[in-house]
Design a protein around this ligand. Structure first.
Ligand code: MF3
Ligand code: CO
Ligand code: CO
Length: 271
């Protein structure tokens, strides 16, 4: 395992890529309405990244070992889909759906990776609660980030919070180091034991992106080779930020004007 530590100059590059990724989510938000297809959302995001932001959509043709090239520019994971949902002209969003839009940009060689949940039209109390608890779970992980803390502290905080609310944590997918590569070391598990795992040092950059299921944690892959769904078909939610370890704590790089407010428990303990 090799963790690439980023210099101040590298982090400046990451800040730009990450802000752009978050701004794609700001841009697409008003289009996430009943009746829109996930393919239309993909095309809008693709054109915004390429024509307006002049960056590269990292998912397009992304082919890590063992996977066939990903055919679209964003991931759109609806309801029981956990992650890596492929946009399609036959996926029409309807009132009450929940959908994760996951955006990864490449700008000047640097990757920025972030995702948000959207409730389409009016959602059920249960669906909104899952999205909200998953958002807070991500932030419980983020506030652990500081030099001397360990990766297990992040995973433990997320797991404790999510399971404490009766939900389960997907184990097969995790956060990841990020930089010139889309997926770098280390792996950032969303479960674990405090005081275990790699020690955090300033200049590490990684994502925190918990996938939380309303039912059991078990998942399966669909025949398209990418889409992951819950085995019990229960709803699944995910949020993702890219963060850098600073000398005093953390900086969230994937923030923009349209980012949802930071939970109150975070501002109360801010570094
Ligand atoms: N953005 C996803 C992540 O958070 C990875 C998507 S890979 C793709 O790591 F090929 F499906 F786009
Ligand atoms: Co990621
Ligand atoms: Co992502």
């Amino acid at each position: 395992m090799t963790i690439n530590l980023k210099t101040a100059e590298d982090i400046e590059g990451m800040r730009v890529a990450c802000r752009l990724a978050s701004e794609v989510l700001d841009y697409i938000t008003p289009f996430v309405k009943p009746g829109v297809t996930t393919e239309a959302l993909d095309k809008l995001c693709h054109d915004y990244m390429v024509d307006v932001q002049q960056c590269i959509p990292a998912p397009l043709n992304y082919a890590p070992g063992g996977y066939k090239p990903y055919p679209k520019s964003i991931c759109t994971s609806i309801n029981q889909q956990v992650c890596h949902g492929i946009p399609s002209s036959d996926k029409v969003l309807k009132k009450g759906d929940i959908v994760n839009l996951d955006i990864t940009t490449i700008k000047d060689g640097w990757h920025g990776d972030t995702s948000r949940m959207f409730v389409v039209g009016e959602g059920s109390i249960a669906a909104k609660r899952l999205c909200h608890i998953t958002y807070e779970a991500m932030w419980h992980g983020i506030v652990q980030v500081k030099p001397g803390a360990r990766l297990g502290d992040i995973g433990h905080a997320i797991q404790k919070f999510a399971e404490g609310h009766g939900f389960s944590v997907v184990r097969e997918f995790c956060g990841h180091g990020i930089g010139r590569g889309f997926h770098e070391d280390p792996q950032v598990l969303h479960y674990g034991r405090p005081g275990t795992g790699e020690e955090l040092v300033p200049g590490m950059v990684f994502t925190i992106e918990p996938m939380i299921n309303a039912g059991k944690r078990d998942i399966k892959e669909l025949g398209d080779g990418w889409t992951i769904v819950t085995k019990d078909r229960s709803l699944s939610a995910q949020w993702e930020h890219t963060v850098v370890v600073t000398p005093t704590g953390y900086e969230v790089l994937t923030l923009s004007a349209g980012s949802p407010p930071v939970p109150a428990f975070v501002t109360a303990t801010a570094c």
